[in-house]
Write a protein that binds this ligand. Structure first.
Ligand code: BGC
Length: 374
């Protein structure tokens, strides 16, 4: 009985979705368009744009699964692009692109000395950040070309990448799948899955730099952030966690209540670039924080299945990137990342939640960024 009711409901939704509007277009007004963004060797780099009925737009490249634009309305109804990025492919290909908008893998964040031991064998990864491995190595998932498939319903794109055994020093062939969806409720939903044929560390995330002012504010200091996290993972000078969890209470790391980012930023040596330990228990999707920009009224609520979030306040931006959107100077703190993930250096920290994927398992991670105004 329950099954029949569900089926009827599903059929009604599909029928409703496919009903032509008076102008002959689908009444749902979801769409996916494609434009050529450039070429890498003989491969065409395409920019796909998802549009929802409210007019929100998200654009993504097959290069690195990179989100190039997120266009949302402010409280006056004016559209604006709320992420940092470049105006051309050469911008994204430039040396020192600080991972604008891309997918990050096989292991987002740092692994100390690029080294870990698994089943008695020691693996050495490519070193690309001081003495450590960062964001999957010299050519991580952000710098490869993903296969893209439109899913039915015109609101989702599926990205797949086969990462060969030994790539950047990691063991095992990994097949990664990422589904980007834009929903009617102004949610950018990112669902990650991966399979491997040998035990390997996996930690996938997205690296969008948000600035909800959409080009008005040069920095994110006037954004308010709230994070449901009573603890964070303190780091050494190379930004490797010490292995301890520390309470945020009474420190500049406390975002348990909404706080202007600029308030305590000067007290944090180098700026915020830390992993917060989310209060949520288990791996169900839960709301873990909100970023709000009062002048535009824009906010983004963040939901995730992950145990941690790296809040990075764009500390290494120094105004030198070229081919930026509208030629903007991306100065220090021009944008911020909210990277939902497992904790940095987990393969070397047995007390941290497990990041080793085994051949009989499937890696799953879902994160939702829901945009709105108030
Ligand atoms: C890291 C920063 C790093 C940046 C790269 C962030 O995820 O935490 O330390 O500089 O990515 O742009």
């Amino acid at each position: 009985m329950k099954k029949i009711t569900l089926f009827l409901l599903f059929a009604a939704v599909i029928a409703c979705k496919n009903q032509p509007a008076e102008d002959g277009k689908s009444a749902s007004a979801f769409s996916i368009s494609e434009t050529v963004f450039g070429k890498i060797d003989s491969t065409t780099i395409t920019e796909y744009t998802l549009t929802n009925p409210a007019g929100m737009k998200v654009s993504i490249l097959n290069y690195g699964g990179t989100v190039t634009k997120i266009i949302t309305k402010d409280k006056a109804g004016k559209d604006g692009d709320v992420i940092l990025g470049f105006d051309s492919l050469s911008g994204y290909l430039q040396k020192g692109n600080p991972y604008f908008g891309c997918l990050v893998g096989r292991y987002a964040n740092r692994i100390a000395k690029g080294n870990f031991t698994l089943d008695g064998k020691t693996y050495q990864l490519a070193i690309n950040n001081g003495a450590n491995a960062l964001h999957g190595g010299l050519k991580g998932y952000d710098k490869v070309i993903w296969k893209v498939q439109k899913l039915t319903g015109d609101s989702s794109l599926q990205f797949t990448y086969h990462s060969p055994d030994g790539e950047e020093g990691y063991p095992g062939n990994v097949d990664a799948t990422v589904i980007y969806s834009l929903t009617a409720a102004n949610e950018l939903k990112i669902e990650y899955a991966a399979k491997t044929d040998k035990a390997t560390p996996i930690n996938l995330t997205n690296h969008c730099y948000f600035n909800l002012s959409a080009g008005t504010d040069t920095t994110i200091e006037q954004h308010e952030l709230q994070l449901s996290a009573n603890e964070y993972t303190p780091v050494d000078t190379g930004l490797i966690p010490t292995g301890k969890l520390a309470p945020v209470k009474g420190t500049p790391m406390d975002f348990t209540s909404a706080k202007l980012i600029g308030k305590d930023l000067p007290q944090v040596l180098g700026g915020y670039d830390h992993n917060w330990v989310l209060n949520k228990k288990g791996n169900a999707l839960a709301k873990i924080g909100t970023l709000y920009h009062a002048a535009s009224g824009r906010y983004v609520d963040v939901f995730t299945t992950e145990p941690g979030i790296q809040f990075y306040s764009g500390n290494f931006l120094d105004g030198t990137l070229t081919n930026t959107k509208a030629g903007k100077k991306y100065v220090q703190h021009a944008g911020l990342c909210l990277e939902t993930q497992h904790f940095p250096n987990s393969p070397n920290e047995p007390s941290f939640p497990n990041t080793i994927l085994k051949p009989d398992e499937t890696y799953h991670h879902a994160t939702v960024y829901q945009f709105g105004v108030r």
